[in-house]
Write a protein that binds this ligand. Structure first.
Ligand code: ASP
Ligand code: MG
Length: 410
């Protein structure tokens, strides 16, 4: 008998009809003899509705009261789902985060889980009951209600799965899995049967918004196999797991990620002397602006150009800081460009395969796309290009790495 944690997101429990459908699915798994713990989100739109109510009273309500308020959304769905299960003669009990005792720190609205007491859940499972837990919430040491940050139900599910040493944590959502790239950009994008935690983190951080990144990190850390599936369509979904060393032929590239979130700043004609990178990036870091890609050219005539990217929302702030720094450094000018895009090929297979970068650059060259910046990590190569070539680049890379072709399993 395996233990499975199943998480249903807001759209999956967005109406009574859908809750009944979820109940059908859960009851079926239970009838198959599995131990089932269900984690639910609030009905879709509910958390936003509650936040809007709060903001009608105060722009910045205290985080403590905010948590008391927004945690109610999830409590509603736990009870409704249990009722739907009872109607199906499936024994079930609902719990909020404090009742399970999902102990968190006291950082209201962005709390971190410290510890989970699994006694109560185990007792119910042993008695044959389905356990339904409110996602996104916990309690601090003093019994105050806390929440885990937007999208936090994914993290609740993974944390419960880790605590129960569940065989699998299933995240039911409105897509049927993780794709090689965004199917809206590439028609032939394919659902992946599996992907590693590391690859998923690289894909997710760049736009495949299927899962809360924090939940993937958590699952990787505790080695909880995570499966993304469609709530109302049958199918195997995508299994996110550790790298399977027994795979004869790991595909080199798992997918192509991209985003339009970044903007580029270039400080032209800065002196080519020790400490310049620090003088430029130090104040940016102090202003809590995150820097992503950095490029410094070889100096010529004792001066050099220094380019880096930040989130587009931070461009104005970074430009302000640079204007100050530039005059201190005696730099010639500052150029900014918000019309850039970042495209990345991601895959653990590139650790053992040479030539991924050259293949990537070849494909871009053949499409006549100019590469402005390049950055690499062990399992990812990213390029910054002109935003207007983004879709062309993604398509070219998707086909160059043969991602539209179903892999032959070894
Ligand atoms: N209901 C919360 C939100 O909308 C948590 C979640 O759905 O995961 O962010
Ligand atoms: Mg969600």
């Amino acid at each position: 008998m395996s233990t499975i944690v199943q998480k249903f997101g807001g759209t999956s429990v967005g109406s009574i009809e859908r809750i009944e459908q979820v109940a059908d699915k859960v009851a079926r798994f239970r009838a198959d003899g599995h131990n089932i713990v269900v984690v639910v989100s609030a009905m879709s739109g509910e958390t936003n509705r509650l936040i809007a109510l709060a903001n009608e009273i105060q722009d910045q309500p205290t985080p403590r009261e905010m948590d008391v308020l927004v945690s109610t959304g999830e409590q509603v769905t736990t009870a409704l789902l249990c009722m739907a299960l009872h109607k199906r003669e499936c024994e079930a009990r609902s719990y909020n985060g404090g009742q399970v005792r999902i102990l968190t720190d006291d950082a209201h609205t962005k709390a971190r889980i410290r510890e989970i007491d699994d006694d109560r859940m185990r007792a119910d499972l042993d008695a044959g009951r389905v356990v339904v837990v409110a996602g996104f919430q916990g309690v601090d040491e003093n019994g105050n209600i806390t929440t885990l940050g937007r999208g936090g139900s994914d993290t609740t599910a993974v944390a419960l799965a880790a605590a129960l040493k569940a065989d699998e944590c299933q995240i039911y959502t409105d897509v049927d899995g993780v794709y090689t790239t965004d199917p809206r950009v590439v028609d032939s994008a394919r659902r992946l049967d599996h992907i590693t935690f590391e690859e998923m983190l690289e894909m997710a951080s760049m736009g495949s918004k299927v899962l809360q990144i924090r939940a993937v990190e958590f699952a990787g850390k505790y080695n909880v196999p995570l499966r993304v599936l469609h709530s109302f369509q049958d199918g195997p979904g995508t299994l996110i797991r550790v790298e399977d060393q027994s795979d004869m032929e790991t595909p080199t590239i798992a997918g192509i990620a991209f985003n339009r979130d970044e903007a580029k700043l270039t400080v032209m004609g800065v002196p080519d002397t020790p400490g310049v990178a620090y003088k430029i990036l130090g104040p940016v870091g102090n202003a809590n602006v995150e820097v992503d890609v950095i490029l410094q050219n070889v100096g010529e005539d004792q001066s050099t150009d220094f380019t880096f990217t930040v989130h587009r929302n931070d461009l104005q702030r970074a430009e302000g800081i640079m204007t100050r720094v530039a005059s201190e450094l005696g730099a010639r000018e500052i150029r900014t460009d918000a019309k850039i895009a970042k495209v990345s090929v991601v895959g653990v297979g590139m650790r053992s395969h040479a030539g991924v970068a050259s293949k990537m650059f070849e494909a871009l060259a053949e499409s006549g796309i100019n590469i402005q910046m390049i950055t690499t990590s062990e399992i990812k190569i990213s390029v910054i290009i002109d935003e207007k070539y983004l879709e062309l680049a993604v398509r070219a890379l998707h086909s160059a790495f043969e991602l539209d072709v179903e892999p032959v399993e070894g």
